[in-house]
Write a new protein. Structure first.
Length: 351
């Protein structure tokens, strides 16, 4: 990015002093509004992370498949765009020791882990002065994470888009995790896209929310225009949860996606297992990193060419609430303002 672009993003910092509820998550992470941008793989990036952080939330990078020079470059680009805190997400289904070391060396002070045991990484992360978030889908997993020193729990319901571990929905999951790990702060994830969902999460005992799908429909999200159009056109019935479908490069990882050509072909064939699925090995698109075959885990980027409708189109069940393309800062502000309006509307209960 050139100096003009950097200054433009810095100029878009949003005043958030009006947010009335500074939760434990705000204090622990040094943010003004307890809204965390979900780590969305290559759909995110420095511009999105910085925009969310500049708006008072916590932007996130997801460098868990990048090479080390790219990890450092993305962190430095984000820091050039914001002076506010931001974090990184590392998927522990893959080796992350070197990437974690690079992130900490670059001064990242918020690290989010998922899909593996965080225990081997806690001491190193804390020694660098960083806070640790960890994504769970059960009380048992939350208790184990607390025992090994995780600072903030992200409880993710199965409504969430992308890769999802667990089968419990957000509303029953949040309060049982809150009860199990208090006073460790809990962040609610899955199915939250507006201020009403934010207010509901607070009512369930959460100290903040993590939002992914809504930020896919931001100007800063790095996704193909066709993917964006499909997101904006979708309704609440247009996502499917599958244990194994887009599993090439990331096997054994259940996920939620938009219904697509590939899903329809697979479902029509009786939902056969890997090795017996129709069209396996067929090249359906070309991305900057090479050919994309059917059933490959690959987010359509702006440069992707081919049958976008057949690719892995991650989305959560809240997609019916996502109908407008907006700047990420406006999304943060709208969600925060919506939560305030909801809480004011509910008001004190009369005796």
């Amino acid at each position: 990015m050139n100096e003009s672009s950097i200054q433009n993003l810095r100029d878009h910092e949003v005043a958030t002093a009006a947010w009335p509820m500074k939760t434990a998550v705000c204090k622990d992470l040094g943010i003004d509004v307890p809204i965390i941008q979900g780590a969305m793989g290559r759909a995110g990036g420095p511009a999105l992370a910085a925009a969310v952080s500049n708006a008072g939330g916590l932007g996130m990078l997801a460098p868990w498949v990048w090479d080390l020079p790219a990890v450092r470059q993305q962190i430095r680009e984000t820091r050039a765009l914001t002076s506010k805190p931001f974090g990184v997400n590392l998927n522990l289904a893959f080796p992350q020791e070197e990437r974690l070391a690079a992130c900490l060396d670059e001064g990242v002070r918020v690290v989010s882990f998922a899909w593996g045991d965080p225990a081997p990484h806690v001491a190193r992360t804390h020694a660098a002065g960083a806070k640790i978030l960890y994504t769970v889908a059960s009380v048992e997993a939350a208790r184990r994470a607390v025992d090994c020193g995780v600072d903030i729990m992200v409880a993710q319901g199965w409504e969430a888009g992308g890769h999802v571990r667990g089968m419990v929905s957000t509303m029953p999951l949040i309060p049982v995790v809150v009860d199990a790990v208090s006073p460790v702060p809990v962040v609610a994830a899955g199915g939250i896209a507006d201020g009403r969902g934010f207010a509901a999460a607070l009512a369930l005992g959460a100290d903040g929310v993590l939002i992914g799908t809504r930020f896919l429909a931001s100007h800063e999200a790095v996704i193909h225009p066709r993917y964006r159009d499909l997101l904006l056109q979708a309704n609440e019935n247009d996502t499917v949860y599958v244990k194994e479908l887009f599993d090439i490069t990331f096997p054994d990882a259940p996920h939620r996606v938009l219904r697509s050509k590939t899903f329809d072909v697979w479902e029509s064939a009786g939902s056969p297992p890997s090795g017996k699925r129709p069209g396996e090995g067929e090249v359906i698109a070309k991305s900057p990193s090479g050919p994309v075959v059917r059933y490959q885990c690959c987010t359509p980027s702006p440069e992707t060419e081919g049958d976008i409708d057949a690719m892995s189109l991650w989305a959560g069940q809240c997609i019916g609430l996502v109908s407008k393309l907006r700047p990420a800062a406006d999304i943060v502000r709208e969600i925060a303002d919506g939560a305030k309006a909801t809480l004011r509307r509910l008001g004190p209960v009369s005796k």
